[in-house]
Design a protein around this ligand. Structure first.
Ligand code: SF4
Ligand code: SF4
Length: 233
């Protein structure tokens, strides 16, 4: 298991926050969270929403602002925003403002709240999960000030993140399922076959969207096609 994830799970109890519990935070818009960043990871819905706001296709957005790598622990393609220059500035920061404010990536929109869903058990089995199993964490962010009071419910609502986020559940499940399948596959497949498998995941799940159509039905279709392929591997 990835070390960061292990620490989050170990300290989950003390950082966990209920949906209607208050936390204090006020963003002073200093812009510091958009520099020195190499960890703005994107999920397929982030890519779809940002592409739509910027009037480009997911493929064009990827080429212009993102990069992909294979996760050390997960062994699946991870997509992140490609930082610029020595200060590792997010390329979407323009004139000190986020140019995709209305559709900013979930990690940016949620900050300083985090979401955790334990899909796999300690034996490595995938367990049945629902939206009620999502846990929220709050860590003192070390920025802004504490002059505002919020609840998780209000914070998510303000950024248009659904409380009953079916996509988040499906995405966490597909990540765990794909990670297990790819780690097994890597033990027996040639590098060429692994390249094909990673490309199928990257193109099929992250990029194959028409921004003129709704996201979720397309994501569900892409997952079905990808799972068909996964079961043949
Ligand atoms: S996407 Fe927007 S909020 Fe997130 S790091 Fe980039 S500029 Fe900042
Ligand atoms: S979230 Fe924090 S670091 Fe980012 S702009 Fe607001 S106060 Fe600054």
């Amino acid at each position: 298991m990835d070390e960061t994830l292990k620490n989050i799970i170990t300290n989950l109890g003390e950082r966990q926050i209920g949906m209607d519990e208050e936390f204090r935070f006020h963003c002073t818009e200093c812009g510091k969270c958009c520099i020195h960043r190499e960890d703005i990871l994107l999920n397929p819905r982030d890519i779809y929403s940002m592409s739509k706001e910027l009037g480009m296709s997911p493929g064009e957005l990827f080429l212009k602002y993102c990069e992909t790598y294979i996760g050390d622990g997960s062994r699946i393609p991870i997509v992140r925003i490609k930082p610029k220059g020595s200060v590792k500035r997010c390329p979407l920061l323009k004139d000190r403002k986020c140019s995709v404010h209305k559709s900013k990536p979930s990690v940016c929109a949620l900050f300083p709240i985090g979401r955790v869903l334990q899909v796999g058990d300690t034996e490595g089995n995938i367990r049945e999960v629902s939206v009620d199993d999502v846990q929220y964490i709050f860590s003192t962010p070390g920025c802004g000030d504490a002059t505002e009071r919020h609840t998780v419910r209000g914070w998510l609502g303000a950024f248009g993140i659904p409380l009953q986020d079916e996509f988040f559940i499906m995405w966490q499940k597909i990540i765990v399922e794909t990670s297990m399948a790819y780690r097994r596959l890597e033990m027996k497949a040639s590098p060429h076959v692994m390249q094909l498998a990673w490309q199928a995941c990257f193109k099929g799940l992250y990029l194959h969207y028409d921004t003129g159509e709704d996201f979720l039905p397309q994501f569900e279709d892409n997952v079905k096609s990808f799972q068909g392929l996964l079961h043949k591997m």
